[in-house]
Design a protein around this ligand. Structure first.
Ligand SMILES: C[S@@+](CC[C@H](N)C(=O)[O-])C[C@H]1O[C@@H](n2cnc3c(N)ncnc32)[C@H](O)[C@@H]1O
Length: 308
């Protein structure tokens, strides 16, 4: 079993009994504690979990595609890993577990409050190989710097934080800021201007990742959205722009991923779309038997190898 526990988002849909009202929570005397909404049954059929289901410090709840993401990066003990948009650290801590706490993970995020959460999570889970920094990852490379040969896997070299010299990471996870439209519906939050601003930011982060990656290194790009411009569009752009990159199969390939060519909007060739993993929420199937095993949030994962 993965060190972390996956759960799909349909857990939240179903019948519930309201035990404490919103007004009582926010305008009350502060004495209303405990369960506010009792879930009696869910559309997925998944049972609701008791509050103390997970002993603190032993595991983290994550959706299935997020767990697959760590497996696709496939970090090895002793390697130097960069997690470019790391907070609150769900994937970072998974990577640390996969590395048995050996090697170095540099975790960056531009949100100071979220980096604090990442640090708390690392402490709670006894993660010891993560160095975290508040940083705009677009600026995490300095092309003038050179990594000393003996600094290749030396925590001291990385302790001072970004910017780093080019070509100093074995593997990089770019779990990009995205529109999040693969998550549970949050239609009231959709802002077209914000969505349009994301691909340019994703491209800048990607470009920095390519510079920071060693020759022979692995770069995993992921989002929790279903927007083509943020997924296949970024892969197309990256393959056209960086001849040093090869799209390689994202594995493990689970039966959950959407396996139909038309889902990829002709942005990728047939051989390219076979390499990426696209998870699609299959709402129409959610009442069928075992639906909760196949259904996931919308998620996209692509794996690249830097050839030179
Ligand atoms: C999808 S979330 C990351 C989730 C995280 N990987 C996890 O599994 O817990 C995207 C993150 O990107 C961060 N972010 C957005 N723009 C950034 C930038 N320019 N540099 C670094 N982090 C950024 C956000 O603060 C947010 O925490």
């Amino acid at each position: 079993m993965d060190p972390q526990v996956g759960k799909n988002e349909h857990y939240f849909e179903g019948n519930r009994i309201l035990l404490i009202t919103r007004k009582q929570i926010f305008c009350g005397d502060g004495l209303n504690r405990g369960v506010a909404v009792l879930v009696t049954d869910t559309t997925s059929g998944c049972p609701s979990l008791p509050l103390n289901f997970i002993e603190p410090g032993t595991a983290v709840m994550q959706n299935l595609p997020s767990i697959v993401c760590g497996r696709v990066l496939d970090p090895k003990p002793g390697e130097v890993i960069l997690d470019m948009c790391a907070a609150p650290g769900n994937k970072t801590t998974h990577l640390a577990a996969l590395m048995n706490n050996m090697g170095i993970i540099i975790a960056l995020d531009r949100s100071a409050s979220r980096i604090l959460k990442l640090q708390e999570l690392c402490k709670e889970l006894s993660v010891t190989n993560v160095l975290s920094f508040v940083c705009n990852s677009v600026k995490s490379v300095n092309m003038q710097m050179k990594i000393p040969l003996d600094g290749q896997c030396d925590p001291q070299y990385f302790e001072t934080g970004p910017p780093f010299s080019p070509c100093c990471f074995d593997r990089i996870l770019l779990d990009a800021p995205c529109s999040g439209l693969g998550q549970r519906p949050k239609l009231d939050h959709i802002n077209m201007k914000h969505i349009a601003s994301l691909p340019p930011l994703q491209k800048k982060l990607f470009e920095t990742a390519v510079k920071l990656l060693k020759a022979g290194g692995i770069l995993v790009y992921s989002t929790c959205t279903v927007v083509v411009e943020e997924n296949e569009g970024i892969v197309r752009w990256a393959l056209d722009r960086f001849p040093c990159l090869e799209l390689v199969p994202a594995e493990p390939r689970l039966s959950y991923f959407a396996d139909s060519e038309d889902l990829f909007n002709n942005t990728l060739s047939a051989s390219e779309w076979k390499c990426v993993l696209k998870f699609v929420p299959s709402v129409s199937e959610s009442f069928e038997e075992n639906a909760c095993e196949r259904d996931t949030i919308g998620f996209f994962i692509a794996r690249f190898k830097k050839l030179m």
